[in-house]
Design a protein around this ligand. Structure first.
Ligand SMILES: [Ca+2]
Ligand SMILES: [Ca+2]
Length: 181
C-alpha cells in the first residue's frame, strides 16, 4: 500500500496541466502553474506576504512554504520585484519587504540565503548611504543593521531599492520558488 500511495502521489505531481494556456478558458486562470497566492515571473514563482515577521522568522516561513527568501540574480528580476512591491506597499514609509540577503556573519560581507556571495555587478542599494549598518542616533542599536529589505512606493526609476535594517524589525517578505512547470 505504501508503494501504491507513493505512485499515486507521483502521478499527481507529474500529470501535466490539462488545460492549454492559450484558450482563454476561465477554468485556467493560472497558466504558469504557480501555487495559489504566488506570482509568476521568469520561470519562478514569488510570494509577497501581507504579514510581517523578523528576518529569521521570514527565512524560516518561506522554507515552510516550500521556497526560500528571494535571491535576486539579475537586473530584470530586480526590476520586476521593484515594480511589484511598488504597487503593494502602503503609504507607510517603512512598509518594505525582506529579501534573502544578510551580513550577519561578517560585517559588510553580504551573503544570500543559499550562502552565495552578493555579486559586485548585482547590487541594488538605495541612494549613496546604504548599506550603512546604522546603530541608532545615540548608538542604541549596537548590533547595527545586518539584513536587507527592499521597496519604494511606486517603484524606483533605477531599480535601486535595497536598504539594510535591523534583523529584529518586523517586515513583509518575498519568498521565491521554482515554478512547478
Ligand atoms: Ca551590517
Ligand atoms: Ca540602513
Amino acid at each position: 500500500m505504501v508503494f501504491a500511495n507513493k505512485n499515486e502521489e507521483l502521478r499527481k505531481h507529474t500529470t501535466p496541466p490539462s488545460c492549454p494556456t492559450n484558450t482563454g478558458n476561465k477554468d485556467c486562470p493560472k497558466p504558469r502553474n504557480c501555487a495559489e497566492g504566488w506570482e509568476y515571473y521568469g520561470g519562478k514563482c514569488y510570494y509577497f506576504s501581507p504579514d510581517k515577521l523578523t528576518w529569521a522568522q521570514s527565512r524560516d516561513e518561506c522554507i515552510t512554504r516550500g521556497g526560500h527568501l528571494v535571491i535576486i540574480g539579475s537586473l530584470e528580476e530586480q526590476k520586476f520585484l521593484d515594480q511589484q512591491i511598488g504597487t503593494k506597499m502602503s503609504m507607510e514609509p517603512e512598509d518594505k519587504f525582506w529579501i534573502g540577503l544578510t551580513d550577519s556573519i561578517n560585517e559588510n560581507e553580504w551573503l544570500w540565503v543559499d550562502n552565495s556571495s552578493l555579486s559586485l555587478c548585482l547590487r541594488f542599494w538605495l541612494g549613496n548611504q546604504e548599506p550603512d549598518d546604522w546603530k541608532g542616533e545615540y548608538g542604541e542599536y549596537p548590533e547595527g543593521e545586518d539584513c536587507a529589505r527592499m521597496g519604494e512606493l511606486g517603484g524606483t526609476e533605477d531599480a535601486k531599492s535595497w536598504l539594510d535594517a535591523n534583523c529584529n524589525r518586523t517586515q513583509k517578505r518575498i519568498c521565491e520558488t521554482k515554478s512547478p512547470l
